[in-house]
Design a protein around this ligand. Structure first.
Ligand SMILES: [Fe+2]
Length: 466
């Protein structure tokens, strides 16, 4: 898999570049990461005469082919490479340690670039690579990277205390709405992208994509969908005010650390309110309420506008809207909708303290909590939108082949559309083809980690029309 080898190169380069900035070019950790970079480049070259890596706009290319998922996952690093004036890198074996080091230093802004010959770097006047914006998937990916940019920008303005605005966020949410209409199934697949490096931002974009897809089903007017999408996109922005040590704490949190985490809904809501134009205020409500639960549990504790409390825990299960509360609910329906999408993406993501659950397991968790933690109407709508086997689910069939679900089944009785990603012998399939199967053909589900494959990776190589 060239993609896996290319990802190894980018990961090693990013680590080495980070170490140069942190510890300097001579540090042992830097040297080790440079060695890994050279080895990863040799691994990518394999028995070829050489390779050319290119960067244009938001996209990395290997020998002219777009590396879609890698571009998305390493989006911030791609920007650094371009900012260093690098558009193409040609590497021939064996890649020397000195050239790998010089490339790293160049990206880190600490040197003039390789001179040895095993790596040749070209800047803006080098080989031109056209940005890939020709397919619905490429346009979606661009909308995704623009969303990451908007989040980074908004986060920076919060930290720096610049006059904040939701203009960029509103623009990217509109863009996501437009591009997802072109291909709703691909949009759901793209929302499975994960980044351990920038977990919160990728999680935020995914939550926004899933919330917008669900909001479309509710028949909400588009202008309101945008405000809801902004709220979903920025729901966790308050985490920027929570210390890194607490956010990345691997074990159980103590009382003080918990208290700090629990501030993020309010911090986020305040930042959004400062930035909101008239009509956008409800985005702040989403951030404020996204950890408050349907039954009144969660945080912060909410009260009705007349000052009475939600009857948390009383009467056990609540079904339907505001049972026993005269149809009132303290949580705005945007918040109840976004909470479902937020939870689904969080459960399907690997964290330092637990593994990623499969899409259908995440649906089970939501269904089990419907009427308690989550609004049952939105859970039901979400479950029917995703289907029994949500897009991105890997299934092993009796034939031994592994298939990936690419779009939900059109009706509850039918099997979803899927493509083959591993043949009966377990070998990777170069070009995934659609396959028909029945419920009896399914042996079990396979996690992405076990396959070494991500749903969004397959998305990039799907045949047209799937
Ligand atoms: Fe949160």
């Amino acid at each position: 898999m060239s993609e896996a080898r290319a990802a190894a190169v980018v990961r090693a380069l990013r680590r080495a570049t980070g170490y140069v900035r942190l510890y300097g070019p001579r540090h042992a950790l830097t040297e080790e990461a440079v060695r890994e970079t050279a080895a990863a480049l040799d691994g990518l070259i394999g028995d070829r005469a050489g390779i050319m890596l290119g960067a244009a706009d938001d996209t990395l290319f290997l020998d002219g082919h777009a590396l879609g998922l890698i571009s998305l996952q390493f989006n911030a690093f791609v920007r650094e490479v371009l900012a260093a004036g690098i558009e193409t890198v040609i590497a021939t074996p064996p890649v020397s340690h000195a050239d790998a080091a010089a490339l790293v230093h160049l990206i880190a802004g600490e040197g003039g670039g390789p001179t040895g010959g095993s790596i040749v770097v070209n800047g803006a006047k080098g080989v031109a690579v056209a940005a890939d914006d020709t397919t619905p998937v490429a346009r979606l990916r661009r909308a995704y990277t623009r969303s990451l940019d908007a989040l980074r920008g908004f986060g920076r303005s919060v930290v720096d205390g610049d006059p904040p605005t939701l203009e960029d966020t509103a623009a990217v949410v509109k863009d996501l709405l437009d591009k997802s209409l072109e291909n709703p199934a691909a949009t759901l697949l793209l929302s499975t992208v994960k980044s351990h490096h920038e977990y919160t931002f990728y999680h935020s974009v995914n939550t926004s994509i899933l919330s917008l897809s669900l909001a479309r089903l509710t028949g909400l007017p588009e202008r309101d969908q945008v405000v809801l999408g902004i709220g979903a996109m920025l729901h966790d922005i308050g985490k920027i005010g929570v210390s890194r040590a607490v956010l990345q704490h691997p074990g159980r949190l103590d009382a003080d650390q918990w208290a700090e985490i629990r501030r993020h809904p309010q911090l986020g809501a305040e930042a959004i309110l400062r930035a909101a134009a008239p009509g956008e205020e409800l985005a702040a409500v989403v951030a404020f309420e996204h950890h408050a639960r349907f039954d009144g549990s969660g945080y912060p504790r909410l009260v009705y506008h007349d000052g009475t409390r939600h009857p948390h825990g009383e009467g056990g299960h609540h079904h339907g809207h505001g049972h026993g509360t005269g149809g009132r609910h303290p949580l705005h329906f945007y918040s109840r909708l976004v909470a479902v999408a937020d939870t689904y993406d969080a459960i399907t993501t690997r964290r330092s303290y637990r593994r990623a659950e499969s899409p259908s397991r995440a649906l089970q968790v939501l269904l089990a909590e419907a009427g308690r933690s989550y609004d049952p109407d939105f859970v039901t709508a979400f479950a029917s939108m995703m289907g029994i086997y949500p897009p991105g689910t890997f299934l092993r069939l009796t034939s031994g082949a592994v298939v990936m679900v690419v779009s939900p089944s059109p009706d509850p009785g039918a099997m979803p559309a899927a493509v083959v990603v591993r043949d009966a012998a377990g070998n990777p399939v170069a070009a995934p083809e659609p396959v028909a199967f029945s419920a009896r053909d399914i042996v079990d589900q396979v996690g992405p980690a076990a396959l070494g494959l991500q749903p969004a990776d397959v998305l990039e190589s799907l045949p047209a029309g799937v």
